[in-house]
Design a protein around this ligand. Sequence first.
Ligand SMILES: [Zn+2]
Length: 527
Amino acid sequence: MEYIISELKACQDANTAKNPEWGTGYVGGVPNSKTIWTAFKKGDFAPFRAAWVPWYNVHKLYAGLRDAWLYTGNEDAREIFLKFCDWGIDITSGLTDVQMQSMLDIEHGGMNEVFADAYQMTGNKKYMEAAKRFSHLMLLNAMAEDNDNLDNRHANTQVPKAIGFQRIGELDNNLKFHEAGRFFWQTVTTNRSLAFGGNSRREFFPSVAASVDFVNDVEGPESCNSYNMLKLTEDLFRVQPSASYIDFYERTLFNHILSTQHPVNGGYVYFTPVRPRHYRVYSAPNEAMWCCVGSGMENHGKYNEFIYTHLHDSLFLNLFIASELNWKEKGIILQQETGFPKQEQTKLTVKEGRSKFKLMVRYPSWVSKGALKITVNGQNINYTSEPSSFVAIDREWKKGDVVLIKLPMHNSLEPMPNVSSYIAILHGPIVLAAKTGIEDLKGIVADDSRWGHIAGGKKLPIDKAPILIADDIKTIPGKLVPVKDRPLHFTFASQTMGNPAKLELEPFYQLHDARYMMYWMALSNKG
Ligand SMILES: [Zn+2]
């Protein structure tokens, strides 16, 4: 990282020295930068529009420099980042608001977010002004009025804008921006996300009428979208620690994110099709460099990022993942032991320290009312909390204390958004799927060719795919038969299957190198 930063610094210095008229502080790698930005500065967008999404491109540099500083404290990264921000302000300084909005029609990543971050890093108001100037009013105004205008829009162009809205709302105490970020999250997670947390098809949000494309299309939800939705979720939770944010986070982390890296060769997934009996392809390491490879590398660093959070004297236990927490301010070391999700419980042990704080144990939405059991040192904790909230345990904690949390899961089904004849089956928060075959997995390890990220093998006919038949569809989950000694594996009771009967359900996240069923057409015998 230090080597990369030193090289970027050399590039920035060279641009500053050689291109004073357009390049002071610039450190982008956009081909034909000189032509593009010289014209851009004068309000001539023709070369900018002819290039491939220049702001989206340079945003990656901004975000990487910010993160290098944020995670490691590298001061050079901070300095290069801020000079680059100043370049962004200067190159747009002559544009009218109308020109800015016209330019923001093109995908630009989280440009408003990085300026908000620069404001937080420096307290300098010019960065907050720039963050607002880089906010696309087409989306901001609609979302701030709780109006979903996302039909037929490129999905991953919109999510980073909403991250920026939330950051501006948070740092500038701006209700309009905050509401725009919050409502965006709400409408995407409730109306536009599939059971495994992903959204969009062919990279766009479908209209209600076009949602059946989820069944037909081989270009299912894109991994970058979930990467950005989790970022937005973390940011919203920081402002308002509601358990519904964690329910979505967990769902997406365990089902989408976890499924997007090949467990043997390490390749990443771009599209996750839900078309019955299709498959996904993986990038060839060191060859394919898609957007979902870049964000994909970051994704798998997320597993330990959000297990615990704290607010004042409250410690939130958000995720059930084996881990150790060193809460330095409190002098507390906490260990979490669990085989979740294969094991439906978790255990916390205070390994070091003594301190008074409120332990906020997440009561997931997928544990039934009253079914959550918590003991502290063997003694039952009584609570009145409902599913999708937190149970507060306020006490003086000391070395040796043990909290045991039982999280009984049950099977459930979820209809596909706007296509209710198709359902997904879950056990607790885990989406179950079944392997159906390994025929014609064309291009399963994709190279860097233009369409290599799309699973181009034969599309098997949808009307020949397995279907589920029951007197009452709602009874299907309750009739699954657990496979002995194989947690999270189930077979269908023979009376619930149409054709063919011999499929085994398993967690989607562990299913690789095969065609699969994640969504099923479900038919009732009784019409
Ligand atoms: Zn992507």
